[in-house]
Design a protein. Structure first.
Length: 657
């Protein structure tokens, strides 16, 4: 496992560089990421390039055997660029140009942005071509699928729509433009969704395409940069860094042509104590591993209290600097870079804390980081192990966009159900893959397919054959609701999943923030909220019924034998305990291995291979706790991560192993 840091030589005096590099070397830092925001120092005036300072920094690290990740600085073109091309900034929905002064203003579709980005990337990559210190390239910084409303984006969107549909008739049909007399009679009428009105007033089919277009635009920007980099620096891996933002590009498409995934990982500085809220941040890590189903990097890792965009938050509790990094490794990150080496003394982010405080006096967090570096050195063998999962959760970016466009009911949010299902699985000590709907499902015993909202026929077919062949599936509310254009299907829900579920929705009731009881056959009553599918079974058995409302007694959760497999349908958005219950039953049904009776907040992840098994046992609570792993009682201090090495055949999840 490689540990690194994010470093900003342009923000510090030169005499600090040497001291920092020495301390990094001594601490065990193996990688340093630099230059993602440094364009104004790399090209201070148009066409005048200065790499001397960066050469010096790269050289200092190289002399100490520390590799560097260089970034294309395209998130922050310098002010001289905007002075010359004032319209190369993003334009807001009301037509006003974004004001410069922060970062990420550039419109990725503007020809001047492309021209100037190309030149700086060509200069940089030519300059560093063949330099053995350069371990990887990062493209831009957190490129997001922002909506830009400039003329260039308008033209590009029109082209995008033309290419997708070919004729105006086809677009009108796909969007259902007849509603409110919105039919296009010329291509010029295909515009961006300008205006002040809430986007929910706009046509959902058109809006889904606009989200897809915004995602494609930034993905194109990233791929285009990757090509430029690879021309001069072949063989050096290329990535970009992402996070869970409001405007996520479709990660599955974005990383298809990049060499590895990198993720910016900012889990909570103090995980919630209440059991119900304790959804592990590992969901994000499992999703990142699932993007390419390969190891990934954390390009920015929590190092101190967060601040600057909001009032300052807590410092990570003792144990979490080390614990969270090892958790990332346990879930598939083979490289973790901490953001950032030292807290900035200048600029807007001076309250976003790094490993070392403003004082430059190394303190508690730094010493914990140093301890992490020591532990990382001992994990050599674990790097060559794999994370094998018997359970998977499916996600889709079309659904992510479509749910944002049309909020379903008060409190409903797309990722909530996948997270709760994940929590239920990790509560059983299981490894979980979070993967794209449509991926190959062979090798799993249990697949959770929550909210398969926008039809994906390929994914539906795979789920059918997975169940037919003996797999266990969990389906939930809001499945099979929309066709590929985001229009409602004219058939009982869950549409293309109806035969798989052996049940159909006779009526639904979006209950928003109200709650309804859900009664199981043993009399236990758990609660559902937000959404109620009132189910009529067609071969399925009823697992639980509603215990209130006008649909009291109607099926809320069902189970169906489909082929050799079993399919559960959860008809409401349950409290965590409801998922825990259904998932536990489904895991047993599937014959998957699990650990019963793990105390709340304890996460067990297993990496195995080469005759070895590494169990990462993480206490995400502020209380000392204990659990039994491979027959041994393990005591965990608050927020402690323990790594237990065993033979590959030793049972960890003793329930079926
Ligand atoms: C990340 C970003 C960093 C820094 C950090 C803290 O999202 O990539 O550059 O801004 O957040 O705010």
């Amino acid at each position: 496992m490689r540990i690194g840091v994010d470093y900003y030589p342009e923000q510090w005096d030169r005499d600090l560089w040497v001291r920092d590099a020495d301390l990094m070397k001594k601490t065990g830092v193996r990688l340093v990421r630099m230059a993602e925001f440094a364009w104004c120092r790399l090209e201070p005036r148009e066409g005048e390039f200065d790499f001397s300072w960066l050469d010096e920094a790269v050289g200092l690290f190289a002399d100490r055997d520390i590799g560097v990740v260089l970034c294309t600085p395209t998130s922050c073109p310098p002010l001289w660029f905007y002075e010359k091309y004032p319209d190369a900034v993003m334009t807001e929905q009301d037509g006003r140009r974004t004001r410069t002064g922060i970062r990420g203003h550039r419109c990725v579709n503007h020809p001047a942005t492309r021209r100037y980005c190309r030149r700086i990337i060509e200069e940089m990559t030519a300059h560093y071509a063949g330099n053995p210190a350069v371990a990887a390239w990062q493209i831009d910084n957190e490129p997001e699928a922002y909506f830009c409303f400039c003329d260039h984006c308008a033209e590009k969107f029109r082209e995008w729509v033309k290419k997708r549909y070919g004729s105006l008739g086809a677009v009108n049909r796909a969007y259902g433009n007849v509603v409110w007399s919105g039919e296009y009679s010329s291509w010029e009428q295909v515009r961006l969704p300008f205006g002040h009105y809430p986007s929910a007033w706009l046509n959902p089919a058109y809006m889904l395409d606009h989200s897809r277009f915004a995602s494609d635009s930034v993905i194109d920007f990233v791929r285009w940069q990757a090509d430029i980099i690879r021309e001069r620096c072949p063989g050096v891996p290329v990535t970009t860094n992402v996070w869970f933002s409001e405007h996520m590009p479709d990660f599955y498409r974005e990383f298809r042509d990049l060499d590895f995934i990198s993720y910016d990982n900012y889990p909570s500085a103090r995980p919630p104590e209440e059991d119900a809220a304790r959804v592990s941040h590992a969901f994000c890590l499992d999703m990142m591993r699932g993007v390419k189903r390969r190891p990934f990097w954390v390009m920015e890792q929590l190092s101190g209290g967060l601040g600057c965009w909001a009032p300052m938050g807590r410092m990570p509790e003792p144990g979490l600097i080390k614990g969270y990094s090892l958790q990332a490794f346990a879930h598939g990150a083979d490289t973790v870079l901490h953001f950032r080496w030292r807290t900035a003394n200048i600029g807007a982010e001076m309250h976003w804390h790094g490993l070392i405080d403003h004082s430059n006096v190394p303190g508690r967090r730094f010493f914990e980081f140093a301890d992490l570096c020591e532990t990382a050195k001992t994990l050599g063998e674990a790097v060559r192990t794999e994370i094998l999962s018997e359970a998977a959760i499916l996600l889709s970016f079309d659904s992510e966009y479509a749910f944002k466009i049309q909020p379903q009911t008060e409190g409903y949010s797309y990722l909530e159900q996948p997270r709760r299902l994940h929590r239920a699985l990790t509560g059983l000590g299981m490894n979980v893959d979070v993967i794209s709907a449509g991926e190959d499902l062979s090798g799993y015993r249990l697949v959770c397919a929550p909210e398969m909202y926008v039809a994906d026929r390929e994914a539906a077919e795979k789920l059918h054959s997975f169940a037919r062949d003996g797999g266990t599936v969990i389906l939930t509310v809001r499945s099979g609701v929309k066709d590929i254009h985001n229009n409602a299907v004219m058939e009982p829900l869950p549409g293309i999943y109806r035969d798989l579920a052996g049940t159909y929705v006779s009526e639904y009731c979006p209950i928003g923030r109200d709650r309804v009881g859900v009664r199981f056959s043993d009399g236990a009553v758990l609660s559902g909220e937000q959404w109620c599918d009132i189910l009529e079974t067609e071969g399925a058995e009823t697992v639980a019924v509603y215990d209130g409302e006008y649909f009291r007694g109607k099926a809320a959760v069902t189970r169906f034998r489909y082929g050799k497999g079993t399919v559960y349908y959860i008809g409401t958005v349950g409290e965590q305990a409801l998922y825990d219950r259904v998932v536990t039953e489904a895991v047993k049904e599937a014959g998957a291995a699990y650990i019963p009776g793990l105390p709340p907040g304890v996460e067990v992840t297993v990496r195995s291979g080469n005759g070895k098994k590494f169990c990462f046992v993480f206490n995400l609570s502020s209380r000392e706790t204990s659990c039994v792993i491979t027959g041994r009682r393990i005591i965990l201090a608050p927020y402690e991560m323990k790594i237990i090495r065993t033979g590959e055949k030793d049972p960890v999840r003793d329930c079926t192993e």
